[in-house]
Design a protein around this ligand. Structure first.
Ligand SMILES: Cc1cc2nc3c(=O)[nH]c(=O)nc-3n(C[C@H](O)[C@H](O)[C@H](O)COP(=O)(O)OP(=O)(O)OC[C@H]3O[C@@H](n4cnc5c(N)ncnc54)[C@H](O)[C@@H]3O)c2cc1C
Length: 420
């Protein structure tokens, strides 16, 4: 079985690894070097406990308010394009407590075993920086902490036993926190990794396993015969295969149309900045500011912002400045750094309902998609890779995949009629 994986981000690389481990011949095609963009600049958190989908109660109203503020953590660039309007309608429909809770449970189910998978990767010879000191959510506003308490029954069901820290207890836990912090939630099982090191380790292991990695080759056409894809073209060459996996992150939307199946994935841009190291006890979520802080051995990474706009990695200096300002309120003795910083942007692959899109690609009998992992690509990658491997190699559709079926989108169901 020869499988062509399109996209060498964290989703493409982990899936290629699981496929190759189970005996498939795999080719990975990437438009640039593998492991760049979102898979490089992300905060590196492996955090099932934080896996609530983006759409939720009040999200639409808050984002409308935030659209007026140039440094808000969430921004939607308005457009009258039908694809944009349909995406926003889907986001509005999914922004309710019931759907958010169901999506959270589906993410938790997919992420079960993710921690153990990262341990397995290391045991298989991949060397990358990984920390297992948990995750702290820190709150300046007590009502934000109270809101998060409503989801704790769900995460407890998955063995993610949190500690609620009120008032000074949070400073006893993390002495760097300032008096402005009113409380926190500590999840001891969560981990964080150095994302660049993780992608490099996967790349190295794939090469050792004989996987063909074709970099700087953008897939620009798809060859179909009836309901089958026979080949894709990239960088002037043609790649044939028995099956094809579309795992092109935020680019999945436009690329899916070349397959004749419109997958509603849009970019949600975020930024990260590496600062001098700070010995925090664990990864820390500056929850009210929506900024992720990740202590790595060589630096402290701060990351944030969700911008729904175009497919570009341009840097918005105002939003970067807002990310850099956030730690000042949360940490005592915080020394703002502005010199020699190099902010980087990455595009999260977002879907209207905030859930990944994984499964068969419309009515094409040998094409599959794994994308739309949004803010959770690192957290969900091993579970997604394992479930997609079952589907692609053995036609086993894991119940874990059901909530993420591409067929939940009307446009994809409609495309099935034209393909057959
Ligand atoms: C600031 C920020 C912080 C984040 N923090 C976290 C976190 O802490 N934890 C977490 O779990 N997730 C986090 N995420 C989300 C996570 O990074 C993404 O969900 C994940 O990287 C998506 O991986 P991917 O492989 O689907 O996409 P990508 O990493 O974007 O990879 C897609 C690949 O497809 C390639 N490609 C595109 N078009 C083509 C084409 N035509 N032909 C060939 N190749 C093509 C691209 O070059 C790219 O390499 C964060 C994201 C951002 C931006």
């Amino acid at each position: 079985m020869h499988i062509v994986v399109i996209g060498g981000g964290i989703i493409g690389l982990t899936t290629a690894y699981h496929l190759a481990r189970e005996g498939a011949q795999v080719t990975v095609l990437d438009a640039r070097a593998t492991g760049l963009g979102a898979s490089d600049v992300n905060a590196g958190w492996v955090v099932p406990a934080e896996a609530a989908p983006v759409p939720g109660p009040g999200v639409v109203l808050t984002s409308l308010k935030w659209m007026l503020s140039p440094d808000s953590p969430l921004y939607i660039r308005p457009s009258l394009h039908p694809q944009f309007l349909s995406f926003m309608f889907g986001l509005w429909r999914a922004s309710n407590a019931r759907d958010q809770r169901a999506g959270f449970a589906a993410h938790l189910e997919l992420a079960e075993g993710t921690i153990e998978s990262f341990d397995d990767y290391r045991a298989d010879g991949m060397e990358f920086e990984m920390h297992s000191q948990g995750l702290l959510m820190a709150f300046l506003r007590r009502e934000n902490l109270d809101h998060h308490l409503t989801h704790l029954d769900l995460v407890r069901r998955y063995g993610l036993e949190p500690t609620v820290l009120v008032g000074d207890d949070v400073r006893v836990h993390e002495p760097h926190l300032s008096d402005a912090v009113q409380g926190g939630l500590f999840f001891p099982r969560e981990r964080h990794v150095d994302p660049r090191a993780l992608a490099a380790a996967l790349r190295g292991r794939l090469l050792e396993m004989g996987v063909e990695l074709v970099e700087h080759s953008e897939v620009d056409s798809v060859h179909r015969a009836g309901d089958r894809v026979t080949a894709v073209s990239a960088g002037g060459r043609t790649y044939r295969g028995d099956s094809f996996l579309l795992a092109a992150g935020a680019w999945t939307g436009p690329l899916s149309r070349r397959f004749g199946v419109p997958v509603p994935v849009r970019p949600g841009k975020g930024y990260s900045i590496d600062l001098p190291p700070l010995a925090l006890r664990s990864a820390t979520n500056l929850s009210d500011a929506k900024v992720a802080v990740t202590p790595l051995s060589r630096n402290l990474r701060v990351a944030g912002t969700m911008e729904f706009g175009g497919l570009d990695e341009d840097i918005n200096a105002v939003r970067v400045e807002a990310i850099l300002r956030a730690p000042q309120r949360y940490f005592r003795d915080w020394q703002p750094v502005r010199a020699d910083i190099a902010p980087r942007a990455g595009m999260r692959p977002m879907t209207p309902d905030g859930l990944p899109v994984m499964g068969r690609l419309g009515g094409i009998s040998n094409a599959f998609v794994s994308s739309g992992h949004g803010m959770l690509g690192v957290t969900l990658a091993p579970g997604a890779a394992a479930a997609m491997t079952d589907l692609m190699l053995r036609s086993i559709e894991s119940p874990r995949l059901r909530p993420f079926s591409p067929r939940r989108f009307r446009a994809i169901r409609a495309s099935e009629r034209t393909i057959r």
